[in-house]
Design a protein around this ligand. Structure first.
Ligand code: R5P
Length: 287
């Protein structure tokens, strides 16, 4: 098999290559002077089983376009099978109409990836598992829950409670709690506007407990930081958070630093930009 990367997360691609003992394929993904993407594949892929590693994280549209053009180039170079490895699937939160005249961008992205020539998609912790069905090609939907659970199990917390920061994340929280051997609690969150989180109620008891919140992603960190504050007010003795995808846009850094969170454990599906490390953040590899 051959592994190629574009520019979204070459470090993760290197780690996967090292794990498999397969050096990355020779290719250059650059820009023409007008900003268009140029892909040059410097080795034969004829008849090969090819994997392209490219999360569609920020800059989402550039990374998506790089992926599409890379797939197109591989298809035209007669690769036998092309698997798009998309550890973080951008646009996943636009997976249904919530108001009249909304687009369903997650489906549009699925159509584009398929039309470009992917035979298979490998992704992790989709915001909505139903996105698998947006593809008519096979989708391997992996989860980072075992990796996150192993980390917290190694800390040996006693009396931990696992909290889902919203109703949509209950199944994930339950799977995680089963691996930790803990009870679960649920935050009833509301979104009065995009990127604005409001906490309504806590279902469950966290008094004098160590709490671990688990989410698919942390974006502006509003959800997780408001959750941490509410859990402390309900008597939790310490609050940790974890997620698969550290999107960390806008005010995320300041919010996490100012929050009562002890530690925020994330995976490396999305890279941290140079010089933007956050001291409370601990990163685990999904390679
Ligand atoms: C929402 O349903 C997701 O699971 C996350 O909770 C949410 O997208 C996180 O966004 P933010 O960090 O901006 O509150």
């Amino acid at each position: 098999l051959k592994i190629f990367t574009c520019n979204a997360n070459p470090k993760l691609a290197e780690e996967i290559g090292a794990y498999l003992g397969v050096p990355l394929g020779a290719a250059k993904v650059k820009r023409f002077s007008d900003g268009e993407i140029s892909v040059v594949i410097d080795e034969s892929v004829r008849g090969e089983d090819v994997f392209v590693i490219q999360p569609t994280c920020e800059p989402v549209n550039d990374n998506l376009m790089e992926l599409l053009i890379m797939i197109d180039a591989l298809r035209r170079a007669s690769a036998r099978r092309i698997t798009a490895v998309i550890p973080y699937y951008g646009y996943a939160r636009q997976e249904r109409k919530t108001r009249a005249r909304d687009p369903i961008s997650a489906k549009l992205v699925a159509n584009l990836i398929t039309a470009a020539g992917a035979h298979r998609v490998l992704t992790m912790d989709l915001h909505a598992a139903a996105i698998q069905g947006f593809f008519d090609i096979p989708v391997d939907h992996l989860t980072a829950v075992p990796i996150l659970a192993d980390y917290f199990n190694s800390k040996g917390f006693e009396k931990a409670v696992i909290v889902s920061p919203d109703l949509g994340g209950v199944t994930r929280a339950r799977n995680f709690a089963e691996r930790i051997g803990a009870e679960i609690a649920i935050i009833d969150k509301r979104r009065p506007a995009p990127n604005v989180a409001e906490i309504m109620n806590l279902i469950g008891d966290v008094k004098n407990k160590t709490v671990i919140m688990i989410d698919d992603l942390i974006d502006t960190a509003g959800t997780i930081c408001l959750g941490a504050k509410a859990l402390m007010e309900q008597g939790a003795c310490a609050v940790y958070a974890c997620c698969t995808h550290p999107v960390l846009s806008g005010p995320a850094r300041e919010r996490l630093m100012a929050s009562p969170l002890q530690e925020v454990v994330v995976c490396n599906t999305i890279p941290v930009p140079e010089g933007k490390e956050i001291p409370k953040l601990h990163r685990l590899s999904v390679a």
